[in-house]
Unconditional design. Structure first.
Length: 444
């Protein structure tokens, strides 16, 4: 069952404007210049009284030299202030797992309206989940004879177009989220019709348990799988007026997989005289498989940009070391090669020390110097709500380090599925986002 049923007559509470002390005001360039010259003049007066007229000339020469040397840095400083003083990524992921927001158009539209009222500026709606698309897909019709997710409430609808239409009307960016990546339910039509597309462990087993669900993984090294994924992405980018497309931690696969015959033969071909190590965590074996996924991701990025140059390619992975060691996802290399336009690192941690350690990792700091980097914050799960203070503390930690913004996982746990009353939970986000802000973007 994909859905935990919830009452459909949820109350939509309109937020009221409130002041907030957590949001720090930023100085404009004129204020910086004024403060600099005020300090300079005060220092000049003190020196002139102590050392006489010569101090005036010496001091002025010194100031001229310093201003000349610092001119490029100051120009860059003022440019950064102008570009980012009113920008912050404020996103939320919208899924059809343990959530009912997508299962009725009025409910979806009401949710988007409320997010806009609370000064969110981007939504990440799932479009590829449970082995189905949430939009009518010719690709899926051809590959799995199922053009749309058959779940009641989704049939006869184009959820992606509904989100785009209402989102554009409200001024929200819409970035469809390729949620399942290479993963599929073990009993899906896709898995049953294409067993040759699946990879396996060394012992031949294919099932990977995720909670109570049995999953299988498409072989990312198989040309037919790569073509299938590329066709789905191309379909979205060419047929819909999207602001971007997002891949996440499922654009990789569990490290114990990769022992299918095709991948073994490919490894032997590229490494004469060798066979894949029996240890799935062998560093060279991890690197080879991760590099192959990197090659495909790079081709996919270039394809997207060739079709729609201004389409933001967003990536939402796990913290790097876990992503690479456990899921063969070398996102640090992807970012270094310029294949990521927006990075949202999923830091779903309840311990604040662990949370801070992850957002302070070197690869995260380096990425921030090149592209907008935001932090993904968990607001709860189906059976567990996260405390308001923890949410506020994590937002404050991200802001204090000047990240480009934050995104919350997932919509239903913002206020509908929470321990606190709906109005109280809504007020949390009203205080976090007291006024509008633009979503930062990078166009390569």
């Amino acid at each position: 069952m994909k859905l935990t049923k919830k009452p459909t007559n949820q109350t939509i509470v309109k937020p009221t404007p409130q002041s907030i002390s957590q949001v720090e005001s930023k100085q404009n360039p004129q204020q910086i210049i004024s403060q600099f010259f005020d300090a300079s003049v005060n220092k000049l007066i003190i020196w002139s009284r102590r050392w006489g007229r010569r101090a005036w000339l010496g001091f002025l020469v010194g100031v001229a030299i310093v201003l000349t040397l610092l001119q490029p840095s100051y120009a860059q400083l003022t440019q950064n202030i102008q570009n980012f003083s009113n920008s912050e990524l404020r996103g939320v992921w919208i899924t059809n797992i343990d959530s009912d927001v997508l299962f009725a158009q009025p409910r979806l539209e009401a949710a988007l309206i409320q997010l806009k009222q609370l000064n969110f500026n981007v939504v990440y709606p799932t479009v590829w989940n449970w082995g189905y698309t949430l939009y009518p897909s010719d690709v899926m019709g051809r590959v799995a004879q199922q053009v749309l997710d058959p779940e009641p409430g989704l049939q006869g609808r184009d959820i992606l177009q509904e989100t785009i239409t209402k989102g554009k009307q409200l001024g929200l960016s819409v970035v469809p989220w390729f949620e399942f990546g290479f993963m599929a339910p073990a009993d899906s039509e896709l898995a049953r019709m294409h067993p040759e597309w699946l990879t396996n462990r060394q012992n031949g087993s294919k099932i990977v348990r995720e909670g109570i669900h049995d999953r299988v993984w498409l072989n990312p090294w198989l040309p037919e799988v790569q073509t299938f994924i590329e066709d789905l992405v191309t379909e979205i980018v060419t047929l819909y007026d999207v602001d971007g497309i997002q891949f996440d931690d499922h654009f990789g696969l569990p490290v114990e997989l990769g022992y299918d015959q095709y991948t073994i033969d490919l490894y032997k071909k590229e490494n004469p005289g060798k066979t894949p190590p029996g240890n799935a965590r062998d560093p060279q074996w991890i690197k080879w498989r991760a590099n192959k996924i990197t090659e495909f991701y790079g081709r996919l990025y270039r394809k997207i940009k060739s079709l729609k140059p201004n389409c933001t390619v967003s990536l939402s992975p796990n913290p790097y070391q876990f992503a690479y060691d456990s899921y063969l996802t070398d996102w640090k290399t992807w970012e270094e090669k310029g294949w990521v336009d927006e990075l949202l690192v999923q830091v779903y941690r309840e311990n604040m020390n662990t949370f801070i350690r992850e957002i302070d990792q070197p690869e995260v700091r380096v990425a921030r110097s090149r592209i907008p980097v935001a932090i993904g914050i968990l607001t709860g799960l189906r059976d567990r709500s996260y405390a308001p203070q923890l949410i506020r503390d994590q937002v404050a930690a991200a802001r204090s380090r000047n990240f480009a913004g934050i995104s919350f996982f997932y919509y239903e746990t913002l206020w509908n599925n929470a321990s606190e009353p709906v109005e109280q939970r809504i007020d949390i986000f009203n205080r976090i986002f007291p006024r509008p802000a633009d979503r930062p973007t990078v166009v390569r």
